[in-house]
Design a binder for this molecule. Structure first.
Ligand code: TMP
Ligand code: ASP
Length: 254
């Protein structure tokens, strides 16, 4: 499948048309941003790690009945996806308090939540992605009430599946962000599932293994992505975990 016209370039990915009007190529870049692009940098090989991590996770979800935009991985940095009309809602699911939840509600980071907490944010960079509720979704015409119900249900299914999958690989799914879109009247999970949009903590050491290392200048950013990649794609799933996560943690700033 050949790349044709570039139709979108975001902070971490580029979308190209293909010969097939229904299919797009999603290209993963090494660029990283945080705090609505006020902080910028490069995470070496991130595009390669994220493309593979997403491909594995989308495949896993598809096999368990979650419909996604993923078709197949094409090469190191590209995957073939179904063309979506993206719904401008960032769906965040949280299992443990961290990030903006901790800040907003004054909860200490690391507190397990009694049940998953689901939040919607309006995907609008100019507004800084403000948090919204179902009434705002209706007001802005972002999705129908039926779609909102389906999104909630699916987000929780994805949470359960990913938690289990990651737990077996020594990772705690603290929180993550999903995006959905419409393809030929079907609601599909889109975007990516990677350490850019998930908080992943090592189960033993509680080391951060995700983009928070970049956001907060914790060091060993590439190593963390590489380690998540290794755990998610690798065939050996046990002995050397502790050692590698200690290596990630050992250079952490106080
Ligand atoms: P938050 O705690 O900053 O609201 O982030 C919650 C989750 O959403 C976290 O796993 C990172 C992800 N996320 C994105 O994917 N994109 C964003 O722009 C933000 C702010 C968070
Ligand atoms: N990706 C977002 C941005 O640059 C923020 C983040 O992930 O923290 O705006």
């Amino acid at each position: 499948m050949e790349r044709r016209t570039k139709i979108y370039e975001g902070k971490a990915k580029i979308l190209y048309e293909t010969d097939d009007p229904d299919l797009l190529i999603q290209y993963f870049k090494d660029e990283a941003t945080a705090f609505n692009a006020q902080k910028r940098g490069i995470i070496e090989q991130k595009g390669v790690y994220n493309n593979r991590i997403s491909s594995v996770l989308f495949t896993y979800l598809e096999r368990r009945g979650v419909r996604t935009h993923f078709v197949k991985q094409l090469n190191d940095r590209e995957m073939l996806v179904k063309r979506l009309a993206i719904i401008k809602i960032e769906v965040v699911i949280r299992n443990i308090s961290a990030g903006s939840l901790s800040k907003r509600l004054g909860l200490p980071e690391g507190k397990p939540l009694p049940a998953p907490v689901l939040e919607f944010f309006y995907k609008d960079d100019a507004l800084g992605d403000p948090m919204i509720n179902d009434d705002h979704v209706r007001l802005l015409g972002l999705a129908t009430p039926r779609e909102v119900r389906a999104i909630r249900k699916r987000a929780l299914v994805v949470n359960n599946l990913l938690r289990k999958f990651l737990d077996k690989r020594g990772l705690i799914l603290v929180d993550f962000k999903l995006e959905f879109g419409r393809h030929r009247r079907q609601l599909l999970l889109g975007d990516e599932i990677t350490p850019d949009g998930c908080r992943l903590w090592d189960k033993e050491t509680l080391e951060k293994m995700d983009k928070d290392r970049f956001r907060r200048d914790l060091g060993k950013v590439e190593e963390a992505y590489q380690e998540v990649y290794r755990r998610i794609t690798g065939s050996q799933l046990s002995a050397d975990f502790g050692e590698l996560s200690r290596a990630v943690g050992s250079r952490q700033k106080p």
